[in-house]
Design a protein around this ligand. Structure first.
Ligand SMILES: [Zn+2]
Ligand SMILES: [Zn+2]
Length: 417
């Protein structure tokens, strides 16, 4: 590494891989747009550069506002925006259904039935959906099958102030999630076994603390009112892709097409508004919810374990490479964990540089999470916390033993990945 000194504070600058150098002290040039390392978001370089700078500044500003604040405080303005968008979408949906029915019934069995049917078919495609358990990947782990795992889940849930979700799914991803499905909002915990395997005991507690934290941090992206509306937006975006609705021959087909064109252009306007609002939510509300879940993770697992989890996640792509390599060689979770432990992803100068660089590379207006570097910094700058739940290595091993069959399935998946 032969990098020049910082023009602002004269300290030695640093870099990682082929990244543009920055100053680890005053963070000079950390906001630089690195076209080679950054995925194009708009496609025009000068626009992407501006979007990146805007996202970088917004993330910094939000961090500064939250680091001294009570993370549990509810953001009323963003709630208002989210709920308004949801209501507008439901109104569009209702108008389509009512309009479709009126057209079908107008001079019943006349040719008006056709545009009516088109409208109703569109409404059916866009209908608000609550999500179904069957749509989720992964294998279910039951309480009987894994009593030690569920004992830990119960303990962490209790410390967070919630209850263990009735459904726990395991899969082969380097990830974990919680969600709610169906009208009754049945809660689901998804645990990616490659991630679970490589984590040390307190990092596992932190992972569960963060995920369960989403049940109590008033994350409106999952509510009964908002989640189906967000899904409608996704469906609309799919329908409006070019190529949908090709030209037909008969007069009736042409009428149907004119009706659907009008509907589509109205929908695309609604979609645009929805997306602008979503951007807002993504930045303000979702990221605040992530910081808040991290705060809960630190309270349950202790600051040290929660930060170590963040460090492992920041090295995600390298960690995934190591696990896949071990899986291909026929090795199981104990080897995965040892490889990651030897990888030097926790602590040290290289980890600090990786976290700092994430603030540049993960800055995006479309990001659902704040950059790993800012999340770790948020925990470091708040009061240091001792663990409320301790997982001994013995208990962690007992849990792994319960999951043997599932680990084997995950290893086979990774081998073919
Ligand atoms: Zn400097
Ligand atoms: Zn989260």
């Amino acid at each position: 590494m032969n990098t020049p000194n910082c023009p602002r504070c004269a300290a030695a600058t640093t870099t990682l891989g082929s990244a543009l150098p920055w100053c680890p002290g005053c963070e000079w040039n950390l906001d630089a747009y690195d076209g080679a390392a950054q995925p194009a978001e708009f496609g025009w370089r000068w626009v992407d550069r501006r979007l990146h700078r805007m996202a970088f500044r917004l993330a910094q500003r939000q961090f500064a506002a939250l680091v001294k604040a009570d993370l549990a405080r509810k953001a009323t303005v963003s709630r208002f925006v989210v709920v308004s968008v949801a209501l507008v979408l439901y109104a569009v949906f209702a108008a389509m259904v009512v309009g479709g029915v009126l057209l079908v019934l107008k001079d019943f069995l006349s040719w008006w039935i056709l545009p009516g049917a088109v409208l109703l078919a569109l409404a059916w495609l866009l209908r608000p959906r609550l999500g179904r358990l069957d749509d989720l990947d992964g294998h279910e782990v039951t309480r009987d099958e894994a009593p030690n795992l569920f004992a830990l889940l119960d303990e962490v849930a209790g410390a967070v102030g919630t209850t263990t979700p009735p459904t726990v799914l395991v899969d082969g991803d380097l990830n974990a999630y919680t969600t709610a499905v169906g009208f009754r909002r049945r809660r689901v915990l998804g645990l990616g076994l490659p991630l679970w395997a490589v984590l040390e005991p307190q990092e596992r507690v932190a992972l569960l603390g963060h995920e369960f934290g989403h049940f109590v941090n008033s994350d409106r992206r999952r509510s009964l009112l908002v989640q189906p509306a967000l899904r409608m937006l996704g469906q609309t975006a799919m329908l409006l892709r070019p190529g949908f609705g090709s030209a037909g021959g008969s007069v009736l087909n042409m009428i149907a097409e004119v009706v659907s064109r009008v509907v589509m252009s109205l929908l695309s306007k609604a979609l645009l508004l929805g997306q602008i609002a979503l951007l807002w939510i993504g930045l303000r509300d979702g990221q605040r919810a992530e910081y808040q879940a991290d705060g809960i993770a630190a309270r349950v697992a202790g600051t040290t374990g929660a930060i170590a989890l963040e460090e492992v996640l920041a090295a995600g792509s390298v960690v995934h490479m190591l696990v896949a390599r071990d899986a291909r060689a026929g090795n199981g979770p104990a080897t995965w964990r040892a490889s990651v432990a030897d990888g030097g992803f926790r602590g040290g100068a290289r980890t600090a540089a990786r976290l700092q660089l994430s603030i540049r590379e993960e800055a995006s207006l479309f990001a659902t999470h704040p950059p790993a570097g800012l999340r770790a910094r948020m925990m470091r700058e708040r009061a240091y916390l001792e663990p409320a739940v301790r997982l001994t290595p013995g208990r962690a091993e007992a849990i792994d033993a319960e999951l043997t069959k599932h680990y084997e399935a995950a290893r086979r998946d990774l081998k073919h990945a």
